[in-house]
Write a protein that binds this ligand. Structure first.
Ligand SMILES: [Ca+2]
Ligand SMILES: [Ca+2]
Length: 184
């Protein structure tokens, strides 16, 4: 639960927002930390966009949330912060998640653990500056006017083979997640 959804960073958020609509009417009893509150605000704000609007808008929202210093690149520090926020948030949210949502989060967590932040950045950092631009992050995904959830379910839009090749150690988990999105 302390690890991030699938590709770390914005993609994870976008995926989660798009594929795992959570029942937010019920709240956990414990008072959430400022980090959890911040992530929850982001999640609530992004969900309508990510569910109904063009995929690029959802990705933009996720990226700007993660890009704390607004320089257009996600560094290892920013991704680690995001990962920590997401972990706390997912823990807080856990009591109100459905079994399926918990499973998705768990698969994503295992995948991120298997990959590791450093390897993840290296896999997509084509200019070698140690950080990821949105373009680098989306290397294996072709966005279009459909909402992100639909784009990610389209085998033509996501190059799962390339993605698994890049993120080798996590391939089984990514394959499972790919299959899960298709089976939806
Ligand atoms: Ca940045
Ligand atoms: Ca880069």
């Amino acid at each position: 639960m302390r690890q991030l959804f699938i590709f770390a960073g914005l993609l994870a958020l976008a995926l989660l927002s798009a594929l795992v609509p959570l029942d937010t009417a019920v709240r956990a009893e414990e008072a959430p930390s400022p980090q959890v509150q911040g992530f929850e605000r982001f999640f609530q704000a992004a969900q309508p966009t990510c569910t109904f609007e063009a995929s690029g808008k959802c990705v933009d929202l996720g990226f700007s949330y993660a890009d704390r210093d607004r320089d257009g690149r996600l560094t290892a520090e920013e991704l680690a912060e995001l990962q920590a926020d997401f972990g706390s948030w997912a823990q807080w949210k856990n009591p109100v998640m459905t079994k399926r949502e918990r499973t998705s989060v768990a698969i994503g967590s295992y995948a991120m653990q298997a990959i590791g932040l450093t390897n993840f950045i290296q896999a997509y950092d084509s200019d070698g500056d140690g950080a990821l631009t949105q373009q680098e992050l989306l290397t294996d995904i072709t966005l279009d006017e459909r909402p992100l959830g639909q784009v990610l379910q389209d085998p033509e839009a996501v190059d799962w083979l390339s993605l698994q090749h890049r993120l080798g150690p996590a391939a089984p988990f990514l394959g499972a997640l790919g299959a899960a999105t298709k089976a939806k």
